[in-house]
Design a binder for this molecule. Sequence first.
Ligand SMILES: CC(=O)SCCNC(=O)CCNC(=O)[C@H](O)C(C)(C)COP(=O)(O)OP(=O)(O)OC[C@H]1O[C@@H](n2cnc3c(N)ncnc32)[C@H](O)[C@@H]1OP(=O)(O)O
Ligand SMILES: O=CC(=O)O
Ligand SMILES: [Mg+2]
Length: 569
Amino acid sequence: MAIRGMMSDRITTTTLIPMGIYEVPEGVEVRGMFVQDFARVLTREALEFVAGLEREFRRRIIYALECRREAKRRYNDGGLPGFDPATRFVREGEWTCAALPPAVADRKVEITGPVERKMVINALNSGAKVFMADFEDALSPSWENLMRGQVNLKDAVEGTISFHDKARNRVYKLNDQTAKLFVRPRGWHLPENHIHIDGQPATGCLVDFGLYFFHNHATFRRTQGAGFGPFFYLPKMEHSREAKIWNCVFERAEKMAGIENGSIRATVLIETLPAVFQMDEILYELRDHSVGLNCGRWDYIFSYVKTFQGHPDRLLPDRVLVGMTQHFMRSYSDLLIRTCHRRGVHAMGGMAAQIPIRDDPVANEAALELVRKDKLREVRAGHDGTWAAHPGLIPAIMEVFQNNMGNIPNQIHKVKREDAANLTEQDLIQKPRGVRTMEGLRLNTRVGIHYLAAWLTGTGSVPLYNLMEDAATAEISRVQNWQWLKYGVELDGDGLGVHVTRELFGRVVEEEMERIEREVGKERFNKGMYKEACKIFTRQCTAPILDDFLTLDAYNHIVVHHPKASSRL
Ligand SMILES: CC(=O)SCCNC(=O)CCNC(=O)[C@H](O)C(C)(C)COP(=O)(O)OP(=O)(O)OC[C@H]1O[C@@H](n2cnc3c(N)ncnc32)[C@H](O)[C@@H]1OP(=O)(O)O
Ligand SMILES: O=CC(=O)O
Ligand SMILES: [Mg+2]
């Protein structure tokens, strides 16, 4: 048996013991620091389960990612995404997904947030129907964040989680009534470089899923799922072959646990442009394990730019103008509702970016009104529930959904949206309308650098300029800058015919860095990671070939191997 893992000298919490090692099965190497608490989830048996998943599915994951690259080549050569003629029978066939688990029939409001201890307790106590605990867009995937997240979820499922805020002398514990827990693992593309299996970094999402499932499936089904569960959200898929891999992962997990096929349930985020043409196919692959689809609107916008990176005729206007009322976004939401309701599962809405504004009641009311408007559009369109970024938004969102849905748990059988069957490929890719401005370029730059600086220091979701920013929203800022630079777009609004060039962008970066320094103060600016963030963001915006993900490159900067030796993938 191989034994690996070392102590850390960086963390000085009470959970750190001076020396320790993880007990690992053959072929598994843990390169992350040793923390006593982490050993509760990094058990030999759990790692054996993760390694089994990795060994069975690694080749299929590599193939699926190669297929993504192949599709990208087609789009870059001028091809357009569209419905696959080969799977017409799936789209036209009459079939439904397995019946919904009663425990999650009502999902009117779901709160989301990173797997940070206090936030997990607050989210579970928030009054939302569901809490989506996030290892993905809202989390910076440092070893410490990931492993602490696993510990937090284990304690949450066991009902023992607590948190003592010493500064405020406040103790956090779970209420009697809590939200149902869904867990969102990372996307297929992200490696977990602190766990190596047979000499290769593990697949991030299999680590997230595997550890959580292994430790919690039995308690979860008993205490939360009424026999079903655990429940998951699955991000960033581009094709039904990726859903098929998840389905097989679930089947293997159910077999290992000795539980019925169909116990595990998942909602897939439709948040890439190619996936909107695969919604039936994705549900079909997961038909025994599905509880719906969700409009992951922010990654979807990011994916629109990424998919059309070789198409100068499809440039985006300012980020703030690409909302759900743009034709391509409304079409996507309508088709998602029609698809889900036809197959008997939830059609979940997405995230409004506004958050409460504490120190300005007028601005706060205006933000709340925007959220209400967005949610009203969703519920009237036929969505069964939606996301909230902050507990302070839940009462208003709940009211909108309850007032417009009445006393039913969901609208699956009430709102069919057969009209959406007429939506065409052209509707789903129609170019968004609006202007491109210097202020748009500046805001993208400032938000991108601010966000990345937070991410590099361990925070994956932040309030910026009164909006929620996470990996998905930051991606839009990055790829939009890249697109405008690549095509040297002319900025509207000032009548001067200014084009976005490297020189202009260089000046904007300099000026926005000065503004960031003014905003956060010299001390925080110098102590923080703003300069590193600026370097990464600027490189990505000006790269001749668009990086697939902001966080893939940035991840190299947060990998810390123990014994200490920083690594590059
Ligand atoms: C595109 C997508 O993928 S969307 C999904 C992923 N993104 C997310 O999940 C974002 C979730 N939201 C957040 O992370 C936060 O709300 C932020 C970063 C946007 C704002 O955070 P803050 O400015 O710190 O919030 P604020 O100071 O108003 O928090 C007030 C209280 O609410 C709690 N809170 C805020 N947001 C959440 C949340 N999402 N879940 C649980 N608790 C929360 C805070 O912990 C704090 O608790 P306390 O009073 O006990 O100390
Ligand atoms: O994950 C959600 C999104 O909007 O992206
Ligand atoms: Mg997303």
